[in-house]
Design a protein around this ligand. Structure first.
Ligand SMILES: [Zn+2]
Length: 111
């Protein structure tokens, strides 16, 4: 096993591991934390997924409102219930996806 490399903090000369992003003694920033390419992809996927879900739910509810024109009361009620179930499933899928991507973003965060 290789010994962890030690550097001196330029501000307080405290011995700091090279894996540290800031000095544990004085808090000086030693290097900028960088996200790997996979971490960047996860962040990108997280945002793209959220935007996609918003558009999907918005598009779904818009379509349902339009299709209710010309329906009888019972048909409109049925369509509304169907939309309600559909949106609930979409929000559920959204939640699961957001949790998975959120955990992945946490796991790939800069060390
Ligand atoms: Zn320091």
């Amino acid at each position: 096993m290789a010994k962890p490399a030690i550097i001196e903090c330029p501000t307080c000369q405290h011995k700091v591991s090279t894996t540290a992003t800031s000095c544990p003694s004085c808090g000086a920033v030693l290097r900028k934390a960088k996200r790997g390419i996979f971490g960047k992809l996860v962040i990108f996927a997280f945002w793209a997924f959220n935007i996609l879900m918003v558009l999907w739910i918005w598009g779904g509810t818009q379509g349902a409102v339009q299709s209710q024109a010309g329906m009888s009361g019972a048909e409109a009620a049925g369509a509304a219930i169907g939309t309600g179930i559909g949106v609930t499933i979409l929000i559920f899928v959204w939640l699961i996806g957001a949790i998975i991507l959120g955990i992945m973003a946490l796991l790939t965060r800069p060390k």
